[in-house]
Design a protein around this ligand. Structure first.
Ligand SMILES: Cc1cc2nc3c(=O)[nH]c(=O)nc-3n(C[C@H](O)[C@H](O)[C@H](O)COP(=O)(O)OP(=O)(O)OC[C@H]3O[C@@H](n4cnc5c(N)ncnc54)[C@H](O)[C@@H]3O)c2cc1C
Length: 560
């Protein structure tokens, strides 16, 4: 994936997308696949903002049954199927357990009925999905089985448990990157670390964007017949920069935090744990806040807390109090967990759109994706798109690109083209794919490393090995980081547009899987990047410093 700013400046595109989170990247992929000349700019790294901080769940929409919201349920079923089929090396089913109490809406009888109905409404949920990625039907278990699966639930009144499956992403940053690779593969021009500074206006219409390369300071103009503002939490801020008032999304923002605990907590499945809240005015649901504890790669993700954020999105910060809020809630509901700050290896911090706040720690999450065609305000050439879930990004993109096609007056390729697998995901069975890998090539790559590489890159893993063969020692693991080969760093620069050390550490490789990597690994990775990008010693040092700071929070520390 080349970062060709000259091409961007020299071309007038059909479409320029602002924002390289999952929504913008899905729009760029959809637009390019369906025949539009497309460009995308991202001010940081692809997926580095909200999208990199999600709880990594691909929802199938079971919860929408509660409100009989069938369109949303069907949308989630389709999009979960897309991920399970299109990136089966990265997305797999995960079982959830939620306790049942009483005999009303969340009692065992209602849950059993809900599962029967969901099975009917989502009968096609596994169409085209590899056998080992299929979603099993939900079921209700008795109280004994429920406590056997998770002994930490409140026992008083417990009369069973609801067990169901959803999708979980093994590596969300790489999944997001696949949308960038797919967009690029279909002809789109993409650039990370390029900030949109404003819109180009010609005769009162938007005709492109003004942009700045954050790596060099170079300014450029990118011409386009249509601009899609997909800047997530920054969407409204960009609109406020227009010389005339434009309609904004109308959403407030909430700061959302997940905690990554560096041990498994003995969970056999994800658990929905209702945590009594000390502040009686901040109850959500029945009697407390619902946290999900999800097992993920021998660790546990716990989320999510929400607090209204009224400040500039660029000033979003996390402090010790955000993490202790989660840990104390879990410890109150499940004292045996005994979580302390020392258990926290990482955190997720992002912003989500909300419609209202309901007390000091309660919010109403926005449910509706937003599509604004600014033509209605007399501003041609600009659409704003905000999606409320990672899961449904492809569908949001489909609708946005359909609108773009109409505005541009072009006939687009059929919608079905975007159901194609993501790069690396073209396989009938991930188990068979991993079981039939060729012998390990040696030179540092043993069978275990090869399997790890193939699990992460899917069918594209030979590209990484080829890259490794082109430099001395690149097939060896990085010092202090046995799970990451030097070749993955070089490959991230050459083929995946990594331009800063944090891009490699946080989003291309699994160097930060267990929190902050050791300094020797950071330095070794920076030196490989230096060889690829011509950095001097000062730049290497600065990049290592920046990568280290990615693991700090609120003046404290986060990571090993
Ligand atoms: C803690 C948390 C947990 C979540 N869990 C889940 C989950 O489990 N499942 C699920 O489906 N959803 C989940 N979500 C929701 C999901 O993550 C978001 O809906 C989704 O990531 C939003 O993507 P986005 O592209 O709109 O935003 P972003 O990822 O924020 O992308 C917007 C991008 O625009 C860029 N940008 C902004 N201004 C400019 C500019 N001027 N020039 C260039 N680029 C610019 C930003 O740098 C950013 O990368 C969660 C969200 C949070 C915060």
């Amino acid at each position: 994936m080349d970062r060709d700013l000259r091409r961007m400046a020299d071309t007038t595109f059909d479409l320029v997308v602002v924002g390289g989170g999952i929504i913008g990247l899905a729009v760029a992929r959809e637009a390019a696949l369906r025949g539009l000349a497309t460009a995308l700019v991202e001010k940081g790294d692809f997926g580095g903002a909200t999208s990199g901080n999600s709880l990594k769940l691909i929802h199938g929409g079971l919860r929408y049954l509660q409100h009989a919201d069938l369109p949303r349920l069907r949308q989630s079923v389709r999009e979960r199927r897309f991920f399970l089929h299109g990136a089966p090396h990265l997305v797999h089913p995960l079982s959830f357990l939620v306790p049942t109490y009483g005999h009303a809406l969340k009692g065992p009888e209602a849950m059993a009925a809900a599962f029967r109905l969901y099975s009917l409404l989502a009968a096609d949920r596994n169409r085209g999905v590899p056998p080992e990625r299929r979603i099993l039907p939900g079921r209700v278990v008795d109280a004994g089985e429920c406590l056997r699966l998770f002994p930490g639930f409140r026992r008083e009144g417990l009369n069973g448990g609801a067990v169901f499956q959803d999708g979980q992403v093994a590596n969300l940053d790489r999944l997001t990157l696949l949308f960038a690779l797919a967009a690029h593969g279909a002809g789109a021009a993409l650039a990370n670390h390029v900030r949109c500074q404003g819109f180009l206006l010609r005769n009162g219409s938007v005709a492109g964007i003004r942009a700045r390369d954050e790596l060099t300071g170079q300014e450029l103009e990118i011409g386009a017949r249509l601009v899609i503002n997909a800047a997530g939490p920054w969407t409204d801020g960009l609109l406020r920069g227009l010389p005339r008032p434009a309609r904004t999304t109308g959403y407030l923002l909430a700061k959302a935090v997940n905690v990554v605990v560096g041990r498994s907590l003995g969970l056999s499945c994800a658990v929905g744990l209702e945590c009594p809240d000390e502040r009686s005015d901040s109850l959500v649901g029945r009697g407390g806040r619902l946290f999900f504890l999800t097992p993920w790669r021998q660790m546990t993700l716990i989320g999510t807390t929400y607090h209204t954020w009224r400040d500039d999105p660029d000033r979003l910060t996390i402090g010790e109090e955000d993490l202790t809020e989660v840990l104390e809630s879990i410890n109150r509901a499940w004292p045996e967990a005994r979580l302390t700050l020392d258990d926290v290896v990482f955190h997720h911090l992002g912003m989500v759109p909300i419609t209202a706040e309901t007390g000091p720690s309660g919010v109403h999450l926005a449910k509706d994706d937003v599509f604004i065609d600014h033509r209605r305000e007399g501003l041609e050439g600009l659409l704003s798109v905000v999606g409320v879930k990672y899961t449904t990004a492809r569908d949001v993109a489909r609708r946005a690109v359909n609108t773009a096609g109409r505005r541009l007056g072009v006939t687009l390729a059929p919608e079905e083209v975007s159901l194609a697998p993501l790069p690396g995901g073209e396989m009938e069975s991930p188990h068979r794919f991993l079981a039939t890998l060729p012998p390990a090539p040696g030179g540092g790559v043993d069978a275990e490393s090869l399997t790890r590489l193939a699990a992460l890159h899917g069918t594209l893993y030979p590209q990484v090995l080829d890259c490794g063969r082109e430099g001395e020692g690149l097939l060896q693991p990085l010092p202090g980081a046995p799970l990451v080969l030097g070749a993955q760093v070089a490959h991230a620069v050459r083929r995946e547009m990594a331009r800063r050390l944090p891009d490699v550490v946080l989003r291309r490789t699994e160097l930060a899987l267990h929190g902050r990597p050791p300094d020797e690994a950071l330095t070794a990775a920076a030196r490989i990047m230096a060889a690829e990008l011509g950095w001097d010693a000062g730049r290497v040092e600065a990049e290592v410093g920046d990568a280290r700071r990615s693991f700090a929070w609120g003046g404290g520390r986060c990571g090993a």
